[in-house]
Design a protein around this ligand. Structure first.
Ligand code: ADP
Length: 311
């Protein structure tokens, strides 16, 4: 099975109004999903037909409700219970804009974190691939993903890391490296202090090779939205270009890409298939109004249409 980790899940709530009326009543019908980047990954893996187990931290009545939402999505879940209440995040779609309200979520105690790490180690021993996605909740040290990477590596299970900020910094500084990291162009420019664009990637390979933080990571994939991605793997630079599509909602395309990578890596696919699968999932998510959901009936067309070239 593929194990997905969501440390700070959320009841993602979407309100849609044609026009937002400020300082007055706006009547809405909410759409609620089990959110957090790892749960987007999980939903896509279910669509791909993978055996998925989602884990992380869940608390309170919101946590119980999140469990029900996961059940409805067909996601098997083995979360560690915590005392704090899991969060709610609100996306307000109005006037052609998306305005978001993101709760920071509960504070996790040291004991709760240790209980989770025990649960995680147990699940990792049964997994063929692990994904670690999103931010860490309050109370969880920044080096926690580095620790989770080391536990997976000890068991010989590939581990895909998709996070940013201090949690990513700590994982990149650690001795044991993840199998794959997938910063987007903005994130990699932030990490390297560069200003690469999808049209000018000429020195990216050399810049990454000169940066000791990326040494020993088998897959460094830089995703570039509609421009596709570029992957550094096994001494090769592979550029993937997705076919031109009508993007409906690209939120969650990075998470869908991670799901595609996990699916192909767990299946033992070759490098080009891994890249093709990840880009297909990112693109099919952008074509679907729901976050972390693929337009599966376009699979063959997009999968065949992704162009992979060696730079
Ligand atoms: P993130 O969501 O992490 O910022 P990206 O926006 O780079 O990630 O998207 C991840 C992948 O999803 C891209 O590499 C690409 O394959 C696909 N994708 C995203 N947006 C689009 C789009 N508008 N058209 C086609 N593919 C897209």
């Amino acid at each position: 099975m593929i194990l997905t980790v969501t440390m700070n899940p959320s009841i993602d709530t979407r309100y849609s109004v044609d026009h937002l009326v400020i300082d007055d009543v706006n009547r809405v019908t909410p759409a609620k999903t089990a959110g957090g980047k790892g749960l987007n990954v999980s939903r896509v893996l279910v669509q791909l037909g993978d055996d998925v187990v989602a884990t992380g931290l869940l608390g309170g009545h919101s946590g119980a409700y999140l469990g029900e939402l996961m059940d409805a999505d067909g996601i098997t879940h083995r979360f560690t219970p915590i005392a704090g209440e899991s969060r709610t995040c609100i996306a307000l779609l109005h006037d052609g804009n998306q305005t978001e309200f993101l709760e920071s979520g509960p504070t996790v105690s040291a004991e709760e974190l240790e209980a989770f790490v025990g649960n995680y180690a147990d699940l990792v021993s049964k997994a063929s691939c692990v994904t670690l996605s999103g931010s860490l909740p309050k109370g969880v040290p920044a080096d926690t993903y580095a620790r989770l990477v080391a536990i997976a590596a000890e068991t010989g299970v590939p581990v895909l890391l998709d996070t940013s900020g201090a949690a990513l910094d700590a994982a990149l500084e650690a001795d044991v490296k993840p199998t794959l990291v997938k910063p987007n162009l903005t994130e990699i420019n932030g990490l390297l202090g560069t200003s690469f664009t999808s049209d000018d990637l000429s020195d990216l390979r050399q810049t990454l090779a000169a940066d000791v933080r990326f040494a020993g990571i088998p897959w460094v994939v830089v995703s570039m939205g509609a421009a596709g991605s570029v992957a550094f793997h096994d001494g090769r630079t592979l550029r993937a270009r997705a076919p031109r599509i009508e993007a409906v909602n690209a939120t969650g395309s990075g998470d869908s890409t991670i799901a595609g990578f996990a699916h192909a890596i767990a299946a033992g696919s070759d490098a080009e298939e891994v890249l093709r699968c990840g880009n297909t999932c990112g693109t099919l998510n952008a074509m679907d109004p729901q976050t972390g959901h693929l337009v599966m009936d376009k699979w063959d067309e997009i999968y065949q249409g992704v162009e992979i070239s060696e730079l």
